[in-house]
Design a protein around this ligand. Sequence first.
Ligand code: ADP
Length: 468
Amino acid sequence: MLSKKRRDFSRTLTFRLALSYTGVFILSTASAFIVCYLLVASHLEGLTDKILLDEFREFIELYDEGGMDAIRGELALEVETEDPHLTYFRMISENGEVIDGTDTSSWDGLLPDKKSIAKLKGEKDYAFGTLKLDSKPSEVRYLYGKINHNLIFDFGLVPVDDAEFLYVFRRILIFTGVFMSIASLLVGWIMARRALAGVEDVTLTAIEIQKGGMDKRVPLKSRGLEIETLAIAFNEMIDHVQTLMREMRELTDNIAHDLRSPITAIRGRCEMALTSGGSENELAEAASAAVADCDGLLHMINGMLDLAEADAGVFRLAPERLNVLDLIGNVVEMFETWAEEKNISVQIEAPEDLTVAADRQALKRIMANLLDNAIKYSPPGGRVAISARGAQGRVEISVADTGPGIGELDRELIFKRFYRLDKSRSKRGAGIGLALSRALVRAQGGEISLKSEPGQGSVFTFHLPERD
Ligand code: ADP
């Protein structure tokens, strides 16, 4: 259990971010410290080399002025002033024999350096070297300098102060490094937790929603734009899902309601026919009424299926060049009798040569739905005006009526499936005609809109792109 927790913890993004942050921090700090240390060490070495070189130049001058005697005099002086454990001077022949020098008995392992001697045989006047002797607390820095063709000056010293300084410096750097690494792990952890707190909020909200708290939302705090955007997107997604769920519920309610009424009616008619023992005529009447109800049902179910296909983009469309006036005429013909019965005049206004590339059946259904509504919702004696025109690379068709009009709030909603203003459902209809029309218009690259005011009739306008 504990090891699983530990494993889960090591898989958290917070842990990984904190670790990466610390890793990068340690790496860069260590590099900076190393560079800093090397620069200081090399600067100190440069200072030591300068001391060695100055001494060498002084010996050359002495030799030029007083020869070997002057050098011997100076060596005797150096013996008195310098610490023989930390400094030595030697005169060496070109084949490495020690000719003269200070006491080197405490310098175990100090042999003539053949490599440096070899270097002086070329162009070079002097050469530096470093040597580690067990008898000395730190490395020995020395110089071999050419006094004349067979006399070499060798001066070495142990820069104990520098070594001590570098040792303390190293310790300070290591201590600071370790302290800063621990601090960086802590800071990294806090930063990662703060950065990911928003993500955790989203996760917690998602879990609560999953448990049924559909009204829960991620609290919006200022935690950086990315996290805020995530929270907003998440909340919007849940709003959308909630709306969809509500619509689905309404949808199933509506379907159940719309199916129940005709089915109850059909059942009632059949029951009556069975039990009343009516005449043949009455039976035929009941049967034809049941058939009409079944047709209504089928119409609704087919409409739903078509709408589902159009929404899914699988409605098969076969665009062809159509004469708009002819097509409108055909559709109007289908509604003529009904319009006459309701004493509604239907007027058409369209250029004779106006054509559009569209699917014939789809266009007919759009027109039929709009005309059906216009006649259905217009009061007797009303007027329906259909007009079409070509403009700006598209064909625009409008159906205007003198019906009750539609209020602002409903103008967009009526394009949703099953949405009906007439909640009592006193008028025939399933509330899918406009949804299907919009899906069919959109499937052909167009759009449908509505201009309406309550009490002032409605104008449905759709346009289709004018393409070849
Ligand atoms: P329905 O089969 O119920 O007419 P529609 O999708 O065609 O379904 O229309 C949805 C709703 O929009 C209708 O129930 C009606 O309330 C309203 N509506 C549609 N067309 C008109 C119109 N021309 N005038 C007034 N209301 C309309």
